[in-house]
Structures are given as structure tokens and as C-alpha cells.
Design a protein around this ligand. Sequence first.
Ligand SMILES: NC(=O)c1ccc[n+]([C@@H]2O[C@H](COP(=O)([O-])OP(=O)(O)OC[C@H]3O[C@@H](n4cnc5c(N)ncnc54)[C@H](OP(=O)(O)O)[C@@H]3O)[C@@H](O)[C@H]2O)c1
Length: 261
Amino acid sequence: MTAPLVTLVQGSSRGIGLQFCKALLLRKPNTVVIATCRSPEGAMDLEALRSQDPHRLHVLKIDVTQESHIEAAANYVGDKFGRLDLLINCSGMLHPSGRGETSLKDVTMQGLAETCATNAFGPLLMGKHFGKLLQKGTGAGHQSPDVKLQHAGVLANISAKTGSITANDLGGWHSYRLAKAALNMATRNLAIELGRGKNRVICISLHPGNVDTQLSRPYHKNMKDLMSTEQCVDKLMNVMDGLNIEDSGKFYNYEKVLLPF
Ligand SMILES: NC(=O)c1ccc[n+]([C@@H]2O[C@H](COP(=O)([O-])OP(=O)(O)OC[C@H]3O[C@@H](n4cnc5c(N)ncnc54)[C@H](OP(=O)(O)O)[C@@H]3O)[C@@H](O)[C@H]2O)c1
């Protein structure tokens, strides 16, 4: 029996992150999923999933704004598995109020700081602490037959098209736009630093589309093409399964259309 694929979903209590855990367990039978969230005791859907498959799903606490949680989880994964094949950063918030700012008068230091910490700073620190384990990763289950395109682990940051500076024609949502633009910069920097040497990690940003979750709920009335979490994650997993090292540092949507930063 080959060694299991070791995967970690950060921000997995609900929404897209929770669905990633379900899909990884279902689609990749020889996979261990480490699901992290800030309050495991309150994450009932995740706990129900864990109780169905306690050998393959491990739940750890990470509030992504707390570097000590990230470091402790990286030590746990290092001690138990010695490597990481796939890391998906899902944590996100529009704004602590639950709604993006529509005007400058709504912008506050606290709103900016919390939104950026959750969407961008935490995911970058995940790269800092899990980078070495990803460099020992074996390619997230898919590897190009061309040696030049092969890679070690995969780090996927769930970003948003709203964070594209080029595509911003509407303004508003100051904290979220800033945070996702910063996350995209983190992706590029991670791709450069973890892409050096022999064991190159693929680092990408992914736009999941408009997805029916708690985060997007206040805006569903105006949203076209709303997808379920199942539809979205199915598409994102297809994108991830087809990656090679030349994709690293890029920003793709759920259909692998390249998006501008
Ligand atoms: N839904 C969409 O249409 C859409 C569109 C574009 C991008 N996205 C992105 O997709 C990702 C997932 O969002 P979602 O739509 O699934 O929304 P969601 O259902 O609201 O889930 C957000 C997740 O982030 C977690 N989180 C928040 N703060 C955290 C922290 N400090 N530490 C760890 N986890 C934290 C939440 O955990 P708690 O349960 O602890 O709060 C929850 O699991 C986000 O990055 C979001 O920006 C979503």
C-alpha cells in the first residue's frame, strides 16, 4: 500500500473549506485530511464528518490570526506525517460586520486589520510554517510525466476576483479587496521562495466563483451564477488536479481561466 496523501484544509468549519474536507475524503480514498478551524468544539458539521471517518480526518485548532496555533499545528503534522502534500487556505471574511464597506466613511483600522489578518496575513504565515513540509510533499496525487514540470506539495490560497486590482471597476469593499490583493501578493512571493531548488512547491490563488455560503449570503439576491459548495469544490479540485509547476504564482478561477492580479 502506498503512503497516504497528506492534505490540510485551513478554515474548514463550514462553507467551501468544509466541502473541501468532504470531497478530499470521497475523491481520494488514500488520503488523510487535517481539518483546521478556530473553534473545533463549535464546528458541529466538521465533528460529524470526523466521527464518520476518524482514522482519515484529524481536526486541529488554528485561529489563523494566531501564529502560535499555526506553529503548533505544523509541529503536529511534522511529527506525525513528516510531510504535507496539499495545503488549502480557506479562511476568509468580508468584514467583521459581515458586509463590505460601501464607502470610505465605513472604513476603520479595526475592520481593515481583522479582515487582512484572516484573509492574507494568516495564510502567508501558514506558508511560513508549513513550507518545509510542503517541500517534502509528493505532488498532491498528480504529477506530470514530464520531469521538468514535476513538483513537491501544492499550496492553494482561496482568493477572490474582487481582489484583482485590474478588474476593479466598482470600488467599495475596501477591506476585502485590500486583503485579497495582499493574499495574491503572498501567493506570488510564496511561489518564488518555495519554488527554489529541487523540491518546488506550487503556490496558487484560486477564485471560487459566487458560492452559496454564509459569507456571500447578504448578497445572494444580486448574484448571478450562484454555485453550491459541492459544484464549486468539484471544479476547484479539477483545477488543482491538473496543475504543474508552470502554474505556480498564478491566479486562476474555478475553470482554470487565468485572472489578472
Ligand atoms: N462564497 C463566495 O461567494 C466566495 C467568493 C469568493 C471568495 N470566497 C472565499 O472563499 C473562502 C471560504 O469562504 P466561504 O464562502 O466558505 O465562507 P464561510 O462559509 O463564511 O467560511 C469562512 C470560513 O473562514 C473561517 N474563519 C474566519 N476567521 C477565521 C480565523 N481567524 N481563523 C480560522 N478560520 C477563520 C470561518 O470559521 P468560523 O466558523 O470559525 O468563523 C469559516 O470556516 C474565503 O476565503 C472567501 O473569501 C468566497
